[in-house]
Design a protein around this ligand. Structure first.
Ligand code: PMT
Length: 221
């Protein structure tokens, strides 16, 4: 039988949400469960890759054969990915990273006072963009979670973040996106559409993506 598609490669997958604390008991986050990224890590390991999963907070067990590093905030995910990128061949960014974090984290629980309250946020580092701006031989795959104009927004992200592939999911479509066990994805490279999949389990989507990524990675090397 042929060698597994990712044998001999080092794959880093990010998954799950990030949590940006406001005070000791509250945070800002999003609906990512981690299922898509965990399925990709599992499929990569099964395809023979030495696989590391950098995970935001989820309730999922670590897939067999995968080394997991837990992080909480976008800043922690950024630091961890930056440390590991030199020893990575393929980086797959399925995490839903917060774009903004509170400018200040209160040391004690915030108290109720007025009828309204204002929280000031500042941008978090864009991990994919930072890696993409200086990626060397790294093969970089990003996701785009969109609610409208999927192709346009996904292809803009591909270009802006210097991705090799972008995996787009319209998160308003039934059976796609956050938290469920299925997803509906389309993949683009700089030249155009590469793969369009129907609604499939996240495990099946992950296997198809891993096959495509393996072909592209080896085709290039
Ligand atoms: O976890 P599940 O419940 O299974 O849901 C799966 C998913 C919907 C979260 C997943 O399929 C998905 O689309 N993940 C990316 C979500 C997202 O944050 O997309 P984005 O369009 O905001 O970001 C684009 C890309 O840049 C992503 O690869 C993201 O990881 C990356 N990014 C974004 C912001 C940031 N500060 N740093 C980043 O690296």
């Amino acid at each position: 039988s042929p060698a597994p598609v990712l044998a001999g490669t080092r794959v880093l997958v990010t998954a799950g949400p990030t949590r940006e604390p406001l005070d000791p008991v509250r945070y800002l986050s999003n609906r990512s469960s981690g299922k898509m990224g965990y399925a990709i890590a599992e499929a990569a390991a099964q395809a023979g890759a030495d696989t590391v999963l950098v995970s935001g907070p989820t309730s999922l067990p670590c897939p067999t054969g995968v080394r997991r590093i837990n992080v909480m905030t976008a800043a922690e995910m950024y630091q961890t990915v930056m440390q590991l990128k030199e020893e990575t061949d393929i980086l797959i960014k399925a995490a839903a990273v917060a774009d903004y974090q509170p400018t200040q984290v209160a040391q004690s629980k915030l108290k109720k006072s007025g009828d309204t309250m204002t929280i000031t946020l500042e941008r978090t580092p864009d991990i994919a963009q930072e890696v993409g701006s200086n990626k060397g031989s790294l093969f970089l795959v990003g996701f785009a979670a969109e609610t409208d104009d999927l192709e346009e927004h996904a292809r803009l992200k591909l270009k802006k973040k210097n991705l090799d592939l972008v995996v787009g999911n319209n998160v308003t479509e039934p059976g796609a996106g956050f938290d469920g066990d299925t997803n509906i994805v389309t993949v683009w490279d700089a030249a155009g559409e590469v793969l369009r999949l129907p609604r499939l389990s996240k495990a099946e989507v992950a296997q198809r993506l891993v096959t495509l990524i393996g072909e592209r990675f080896h085709g290039r090397n």
